[in-house]
Design a protein around this ligand. Sequence first.
Ligand SMILES: Nc1ncnc2c1ncn2[C@@H]1O[C@H](COP(=O)(O)OP(=O)(O)OP(=O)(O)O)[C@@H](O)[C@H]1O
Length: 365
Amino acid sequence: MTPPPALTIDSATRHYAGTRAPAVDGVSITVEAGEFLALLGPSGCGKSTLLRMIAGFERLDSGRVAVGGRPMSGPGLHVPPEERRIGLVFQSYALWPHMTVAGNVAYPLETAGVAKPERAERVAAALATVGLDGFDTRRPAELSGGQRQRVALARCLVMRPELVLLDEPLANLDVHLRASMEEEFASFHARTGATMVYVTHDQAEAMALATRIAVLDQGRLAQLAAPRDLYREPATPMVAGFVGQGALVPATVTGPATHGRAPVRLLGVDAVLRVRPGEEPGEALVCLRPEDLEPAPDGPLEVRIARAAYKGGFVLVEAVPAGGGPRLVLRLPGHTHPVAGESLRLAIRDGWVVPEADALNPARG
Ligand SMILES: Nc1ncnc2c1ncn2[C@@H]1O[C@H](COP(=O)(O)OP(=O)(O)OP(=O)(O)O)[C@@H](O)[C@H]1O
């Protein structure tokens, strides 16, 4: 028998009183046991609301939530948060300042009535998992931000939750600490096999950590895909613009699709680009990533450099097509010295025809 999904969200909708549109609008996502799902999107897209709906802090106006196959929210049903066996980690670590590290981690076990010897054992194991053995007697004020976040993680783990929800857990940390904590989360996920749902507005963080990413756009699920697919084959213009660098260029698909590619005319150039199956000839938008554009002396596309910034190892260039069009982004080798105002010839090596948003989601109309 296959185990039930760790989390099932079915047409979940939440419309706050007095607001124009639902904060979460008909979202359906199934998360298998052991997955690391990132909820990604711009500020106000509904990430936190959806996370609170899963945790049980927010009621659903319609739809259902089930955890490990057990219904939690639905018509006439609302299991309170403390009975959902879900672990929570927030950006404000919410540690008790007067308690030691061990005291903070032990607290949920105490509340749950776990006996002292077992408590000590489980606290020690949780602190070891997050690499904080030996920190038992410290107080939160004596820890770095990253260490505090690890205490919060240990406190969540000690309850052995089936599902861990993390709401921008790295948002308060500086950039170096974020990178090392990203690694911690990834190895922690690999070690424990826990199912995680991770809210972030930082696409690099989502890419680095998640097995799949759900992109929310104004309360709706715009795309649910593995990081590489999201980057290479964004389903909507919003996803193309939000995830990764690049440009969205108006184009015309000039012929039928074969083997995942079709002839496309864009910026006065004919190219053969990637399309989804069944893409029809007609007006389209093409997502050009930096690596899709390559300097070539005889390249068919002439551009003028608008900005060049050395990024260590390569130069990030923004360039405007000579014949007009949106600003393109490309990378030049680190030993070159491109200067704003210079002309450059490019070849279009690859690109993705972004599916029509309306065709994917007729209700959006
Ligand atoms: N308690 C509330 N009452 C009314 N509206 C709310 C409430 N909480 C959130 N909203 C609105 O719902 C929408 C989604 O908010 P939510 O906090 O879920 O977004 P988010 O994607 O997590 O944003 P951020 O990244 O800024 O935290 C926003 O328009 C917000 O203003």
